[in-house]
Design a protein around this ligand. Structure first.
Ligand SMILES: C[S@@+](CC[C@H](N)C(=O)[O-])C[C@H]1O[C@@H](n2cnc3c(N)ncnc32)[C@H](O)[C@@H]1O
Length: 257
């Protein structure tokens, strides 16, 4: 797909009212335009992560299908998509509205505890093993998920992602990365996610009363978690505007391979 075709696809996906979108009362994954954000991320997956139509995608923290819906218009029948999340209502909506029409799109509820998203959840995400064999996926994404987990979960997920990626596989992850430019921007006081720039880290919370509502990690700390399990950066991160830095994207985008 060339740049012009991709631009057309993104614009078509943002405007197409025939594609499913959850009703407002079921939406739990942030505000903003569901279709436009999904279309924007599909563009990132292809441009930055080299996602190809025949690949096997795992979406960790798939929410209520915001990434899956646009992928139905890109992945071929040879490709597949698996979405996992800890919120059952999101998975049920995806089953009804996506898998029913696209059988190569599958969703699975994982009952991991999270103080905000799944307070009744029984298992500890820091200790689980995802229910998939080694090397099952070519592309793993975590869109706005690392921004809601603690360091022990990040470590386990980095290990699991490494296990689950096939040779040549890539991991696309967004995060709030603390580094000197982000701290400088935070000091200027124009951040959209307000975190104490003098905090010690490596894990930072915007709201101490609800720490998992918005989590940032020291950039080197996060990088080390992926390097430790044999992954490396595929390209330099794209830094977002969350801290007040000028950028066209909101969260920082990392691609590992
Ligand atoms: C801001 S939402 C983003 C959802 C989706 N990726 C999107 O962009 O629309 C964060 C998601 O992360 C999920 N989540 C939080 N902790 C998780 C964990 N330990 N494992 C998997 N998903 C998790 C939440 O249930 C929620 O759906």
């Amino acid at each position: 797909m060339d740049a012009g075709e991709l631009q057309w696809l993104e614009s078509h996906l943002s405007r197409n009212r025939f594609l499913p979108a959850p009703p407002a009362e079921l939406t739990f994954c942030g505000d903003g335009d569901y279709r436009a954000i999904g279309a924007e991320f599909l563009g990132h997956f292809i441009r930055l992560g080299d996602l190809r139509p025949e690949e096997r995608v795992l979406d960790i923290g798939c929410g209520i299908g915001r990434m899956a819906v646009p992928l139905t218009q890109y992945l071929s029948e040879k490709g597949s998509y698996t979405g996992v999340d800890i919120v059952k209502t999101g998975i049920d909506w995806c089953d009804r509205n996506i898998s029913a029409k696209y059988p190569n799109f599958q969703f699975q509820h994982l009952d991991f505890h999270h103080p905000l998203y799944n307070p009744e959840g029984g298992s500890n995400a820091a200790q689980i093993r995802f229910p998939f064999p080694d090397g099952s996926f070519d592309f793993i994404c975590l869109a706005s998920v690392i921004t809601h987990i603690e360091a022990a979960v990040l470590l386990n997920y980095a290990r699991e992602i490494s296990r689950l990626l096939a040779p040549g596989g890539r991991c696309f992850a967004t995060a709030f990365l603390m580094n000197p430019p982000a701290r400088d921007a935070l000091r200027r006081g124009q951040a959209r996610i307000v975190i104490d720039p003098e905090g010690e880290g490596p894990e930072f919370h915007a709201d101490p009363a609800a720490p998992m509502a918005a989590v940032a990690f020291d950039e080197d700390f996060l990088l080390e978690k992926f390097l430790r399990f044999g992954r490396k950066r595929r390209r330099a991160p794209i830094y977002g505007c969350w801290s007040g830095r000028p950028s066209a994207v909101f969260q920082d985008i990392c691609i590992f391979e």
